[in-house]
Write a protein that binds this ligand. Structure first.
Ligand code: AHR
Length: 848
């Protein structure tokens, strides 16, 4: 996109074709200006956000191989009761609406009990709570064995993977009532071959006894299973069956999968956020993550159902998160519950904040307190007397509204006074409720959007007011596109974050991980299965940004030759008879009327009959009548009428449904022939935010408002309103209704070219980043306005053959950064950026 950021101000430059001094082979000029040093960039800007979702922890990062090791999978989400096959939340009001959401989830205790487990052979068995191994884990498998040779099998997370020669730590507990006989522990291959075996003689009677062994796999298999084979008869209880690889990331006990941990390390994360996400809030307040339940011997940890619909053992708990931060040299970010559950689930809450404040203070003490403090001592007991680096605390997750803002104000005041060195983050995004925040260190807006939004909003942060708070973009992803399109659009959006590094201090893509057999969320950065781990194209975008953080930004201008965005076809949206139009005039740049139709209403109606719904006019006869006239600057005039009083609907940004916009009289212009790329000027609508605004649709995706909204506007219902849309020089669009100007906005080109540059003081290099999300190569003249430029430097290119390309387990490196040496650097040089690419250039430069 062609723009210039100058001292926080974004300036759009366009080259007039005639005045253009670029050679014809060059598509653009990028000038890096060293005279003005830009904002410092946080070296730890790019972090990761871990939440238990998609089996990202259990069955993903956490190295445990057995699923439902503690037989607690059927335990209801805390705070719910079982009613007619549902786990039902308490009938309590939500903190946002005051109404009871009566949230519930289907619950089948019988099948949940046996998740991961099967019993082979003749036996009576059940998961029961009559002999708790530990108060936190009351359930155990009870086997009543009348025949020898019964097998209790765990099939892990879509198989138990083992590697030839690797050793696995087995730990399990048995309570023999009247059982006598040996028990064999086995790792078996998918085909039933025994890969490792250990034999145990039963100890004790009616007491829980721990059994351990080291098992070395004789062969490799990704779909194996674990078995306990009972050679005797009688009644026996089994609990906490754990099979853990000795090789873990950094060889930590109870640690992370080595390959997945390495994948995170390769991202060089500046911080880690934990534990959520919605699960930190809970589907009910009682279902929230309670960090104190996630520490200590994993056998004693209470598992909890997480709202992504499975139980988490919390083997990867608070201590492990802090340890991972240390191992990755990342700052810790803990997300604390503030007495509010997730408002899109039950939303119930408490006003008794003291226990929540205590919980936060204890979490801080666990992480950083002296070993003589209560919680510092527990950390030391867990093997880490030195403090951990807990830098950030987020108060809640995705909490919204004034109720939350009020709560945040109280908590912030209290906690900040006590912990001035901790950065406290409010969950509020960039919206009106921010006015209600008295003070915060950071806010945390989230964006799960389509690529069009990201391509279109690289400039968003240029416009945010400075001095009130810093921004942590805590969750974002091109949710509709797990492919190169998504990745490049994220790269474009991140370029806007990094360019605004005085404001956007940290960011994390979300979600981080999925076990490829279980997808709770459409787009996840890293895929894991028993065979390995791979990064999507988006992973490499993240990696390239985190590996190439400059010390400070340099003012960088991209100047392109561009067509006017107003060229193209026009049309009108809205279903008849709610909107009617007539007397259309198209006026060219010289003021001449080049098209006139009194009966536009009829044209629109003809097309509405062909297909109902939005933009139905696009392909029909009405459209073709208008198609040659929108060339050059000019104006449109027409009359619009809303026949019915519009319905009131809840207009929630991207959740906008076709139906809810059916009453918006709007005009589409600048459309391509396929009707996939166009602008829509909405002339007010029927929602709370009834404003004039411009939205852009790119490759059929969009409908997002990128430019500032206009004033409130309601057309006079039942009356004909005169509308004039004028396209002015400098790409300014002016709209007036009934003679009164209601909207004036500069429209930005969308070329899907982006750039930014900075200087790395450590290496003495200029770092230039360029994104070309187009099918064509992008040839630019590069101008480095500094004293000296080394002729040789590095170019790292992430490129794909098409926007729909993506990595897979079959081709995990299809889209991967390729590093080359380029010896054509100079103060002025030409470079061609590949189609569909994100490129980072590093070259030594000096300014004297
Ligand atoms: O990242 C997935 C979910 O998206 C998170 O749990 C939540 O914070 C957001 O709604």
């Amino acid at each position: 996109m062609n723009k210039l950021l100058l001292c926080g101000v974004s300036v759009v430059l366009t080259w007039n074709l005639a005045a253009c001094s670029m050679s014809p082979q060059v598509d653009a000029q990028i000038v890096v200006n060293y005279a003005q040093k830009g904002a410092m960039v946080n070296p730890k800007m790019y972090g990761i956000f871990f939440e238990e979702i998609n089996h990202s922890g259990d069955g993903g990062l956490y190295a445990e191989l057995l699923q439902n090791r503690n037989f607690e999978e059927a335990v209801l989400p805390s705070g719910t009761t079982l009613q007619d096959g549902y786990a039902v939340a308490p009938h309590k009001p939500s903190y946002t609406t005051g109404r009871c959401n009566d949230w519930k989830v289907k619950w089948n205790t019988d099948s949940l009990k046996m998740v991961g487990w099967t019993v082979k052979g003749e036996a009576d068995y059940d998961v029961v709570d009559e002999r708790p191994l530990h108060k936190n884990t009351p359930n155990a498998m009870k086997l009543q064995l009348k025949h020898k040779g019964v097998i209790l099998q765990n099939s892990g997370y879509w198989g138990v993977p083992v590697t030839k020669g690797d050793t696995y730590d087995l730990r399990f507990y048995l309570n023999a009532a009247d059982y006598h006989g040996k028990v064999l522990a086995r790792i078996v291959s998918e085909k039933g071959k025994i890969l490792a075996e250990s034999s145990f003689t039963i100890r004790g009677k009616n007491t829980w006894e721990e059994y351990t062994a080291e098992m070395t796999a004789a062969d490799t298999d990704t779909k194996g299973a674990f078995q306990l084979a009972f050679e005797g008869i009688g009644t026996v209880y089994v609990d906490y069956v754990s099979l853990f690889p000795q090789k873990t990331f950094m060889n930590r006990k109870n640690g992370m999968r080595a390959d997945v941990g390495q994948m995170l390390a390769d991202l060089k994360p500046g911080f880690i956020r934990w534990p959520g996400g919605c699960i930190a809030e809970g589907a009910t307040l009682d279902n929230r993550v309670k960090w104190k339940e996630t520490i200590g011997d994993p056998m004693t940890r209470r598992s909890e159902w997480v709202l992504w619909n499975y139980h988490c053992t919390w083997g990867f708990g608070y201590h492990e998160f802090l340890q991972l931060c240390e191992d990755l040299n990342a700052d810790g970010m803990f997300v604390a519950n503030v007495g509010l559950s997730c408002e899109v689930r039950n939303g119930d809450y408490t006003d008794d904040l003291l226990p929540f404040i205590q919980d936060i203070e204890d979490a801080i003490e666990y992480a950083r307190g002296d070993v003589n403090t209560k919680w510092g001592a527990k950390r030391a007991e867990a093997g880490h007397p030195e403090p951990f680096n807990l830098k950030y605390i987020e108060l809640g997750n995705e909490q919204i509204g004034e109720f939350y803002a009020d709560r945040y104000n109280k908590l912030y005041k209290l906690l900040k006074t006590k912990y001035p060195d901790i950065t406290f983050i409010s969950t509020l995004g960039l919206n009106k409720t921010l006015d209600k925040l008295e003070k915060t260190d950071m806010i945390d807006p989230h964006w799960y959007v389509n690529p069009a939004f990201f391509y279109d909003n690289d400039r968003m942060f240029d416009q945010v007011e400075r001095g009130k708070f810093d921004i942590y973009v805590g969750e974002y992803a091109a949710i509709s596109a797990a492919n190169m399109d998504g990745a490049l659009s994220e790269a474009a959006f991140i370029s806007g974050m990094e360019r605004n590094s005085d404001l956007v201090k940290i960011a994390s893509y979300a979600p981080l991980l999925e076990n490829n057999n279980r997808r709770d969320w459409p787009t996840n950065l890293i895929w894991v299965n028993n065979g390995g781990v791979m990064g999507r194209a988006s992973y490499y975008v993240q990696q390239m940004y985190s590996q190439h953080v400059p010390t400070y930004n340099l003012t960088t201008i991209m100047d392109e030759m561009l067509p006017t965005p107003f060229n193209g076809y026009i049309g009108f949206t809205g279903k008849q008879p709610d909107n009617q139009y007539r007397n259309l005039k198209i006026i060219d740049a010289s003021g001449q009327t080049v098209y006139e139709s009194a009966d536009l209403k009829a044209l629109v109606e003809v097309e509405s009959k062909v297909t109902s719904g939005r933009h139905s006019f696009m392909n029909g006869p009405a459209f073709s009548l208008l198609k040659e006239v929108m060339v050059g600057l000019g104006a449109l005039e027409f009359e619009a009428r809303v026949v019915k009083e519009p319905r009131v609907t809840n207009n929630l940004g991207f959740a906008l449904q076709a139906d809810s916009i059916s009453h918006i009289p709007a005009i589409v212009f600048g459309s391509d022939e396929a009707g996939k790329n166009y602008f829509t000027l909405n002339l007010g609508n029927d929602s709370e935010s009834s404003v004039v605004h411009l939205t852009r649709t790119v490759d059929g995706q969009g409908g997002f408002g990128r430019d500032p909204q206009g004033p409130e506007l309601r057309l006079n219902v039942g009356e004909w309103n005169k509308v004039r849309i004028e396209f002015c020089k400098n790409d300014e669009l002016v709209c007036s209704v009934n003679g009164k100007e209601v909207y004036r906005q500069q429209v930005e080109f969308l070329t899907k070219h982006y750039t930014l540059a900075g200087y790395d003081e450590k290496s003495g290099e200029t770092i230039i980043k360029v994104i070309n999300a187009n099918e064509e190569p992008f040839t630019t003249k590069m101008v480095l306005n500094c004293a000296q430029v080394s002729d040789t430097g590095k170019v790292v290119t992430l490129a794909a053959q098409s926007l729909t390309d993506e990595n897979s387990f079959e081709e995990p490196k299809k889209i991967t950064p390729v590093e080359t040496i380029f010896d054509g650097f100079d103060k002025e040089f030409t470079y061609t950026f590949a189609p569909y690419s994100f490129t980072v250039m590093r070259v030594k430069t000096s300014q004297q």
